[in-house]
Design a protein around this ligand. Structure first.
Ligand code: CP
Ligand code: NVA
Length: 306
């Protein structure tokens, strides 16, 4: 039976740990020049409704690196743009492809594809979630901190799709996560409740200094996500004081790292000094997206048991 990755909640803690271990192993194998071919003869389709640099190219590169092919499908160039139903598109693409990676607006859309396509569907970002990003971020934390146990995570900024996925991760892995978001920009309340009910130590504040105090990992993201076009000015005003800068990082643990899924806006949610500074793990985090994409594709669509 096929598996989909629509949200982190589709995975168990054990599966997340296995994916991270495998992504770290695939990264090491690539460094040693070892060629893995679990996707030989397979084709991955990437159907995108929103812009992407990293997620698109990392999944394409991972598919090719693992011996498979990748086809990028800009949704606006398909018959979807002329109102062909998702159900018909899903059935047809499912017959051509071995996995379908989708970036779109509504979470329901990826669920609809998963229901009607006979191949694994992977959420490459929706308005609600960005699960593959958090898997790469967790991999980065494991590389830098040796695991999640006792690691204090802070989120500073918009309670968006990436923050929601961090809450899912907190629920599954029992993370300690402090979020600082302005009023009106908090992550989904049901996800906060679920994480707390699952035993995660999740706190919410409007004060970034409170969330970052003693944190080991300081995470942020853009103030206006894709789909928030036209809200930039209003959001800039609401997020005043939420910039991750050196003064804020100084409140974190001495060995703390800064994460940002990118694209970054220097001087808004993060300063150039932090992004380019010694505490930034952002470029390692970006590279890890490809190793994690490889681990995900190998697991869901590969022909070799791992
Ligand atoms: N981090 C991330 O998802 O980047 P892209 O939008 O470039 O894919
Ligand atoms: N929250 C951002 C993430 C981009 C990778 C967005 O949805 O635009």
């Amino acid at each position: 039976m096929k598996r989909d990755l629509l949200a982190l909640t589709d995975l168990s803690a054990e599966e997340i740990r296995r994916l991270i271990d495998r992504a770290i192993a695939l990264k090491a194998r690539r460094r040693r020049g070892i060629l893995d071919r679990p996707l030989a003869g397979k084709t991955v389709g990437l159907l995108f409704d929103k812009a992407s640099t990293r997620t698109r190219v990392s999944f394409e590169a991972a598919a090719i690196r693992l011996g498979g092919g990748a086809i990028f499908i800009s949704a606006r160039d398909t018959q979807l743009a002329r109102n062909e139903p998702i159900v018909d598109t899903a059935r047809v693409l499912g017959g051509y492809l071995d996995a379908l990676v989708i970036r779109t607006y509504a979470q329901q859309t990826v669920a609809d594809y998963a229901r009607h396509a006979a191949v694994p569907v992977i959420n490459a970002l929706t308005d609600d979630y960005h699960p593959t990003q958090i898997l790469a971020d967790l991999m980065t934390v494991v590389e830098l901190k040796g695991g999640f146990q006792g690691v204090r995570f802070a989120w500073v900024g918009d309670g968006n799709n990436v923050a929601n996925s961090w809450l899912n991760a907190a629920a599954i892995l029992g993370l300690e996560l402090a979020l600082a978001c302005p009023e009106g920009y908090r992550p989904r309340a049901d996800l906060v409740e679920k994480a707390r009910a699952a035993g995660a130590k999740v706190t919410l504040t409007v004060d970034p200094r409170e969330a970052v105090a003693g944190a080991d990992v300081v995470n942020t993201d853009v103030w206006a996500s894709m789909g928030h076009e036209g809200q930039e000015a209003q959001r800039s005003a609401a997020f005043k004081g939420f910039t991750v800068d050196s003064a804020l990082m100084a409140l974190a643990a001495p060995e703390a790292v800064a994460l940002h899924c990118l694209p970054a806006h220097r001087g808004e949610e993060i300063t150039a000094e932090v992004l380019e500074g010694p505490q930034s793990a952002v470029w390692q985090q970006a590279e890890n997206k490809m190793h994690m994409a490889a681990a995900i594709l190998e697991w869901l669509a590969g022909s070799v048991e791992t």
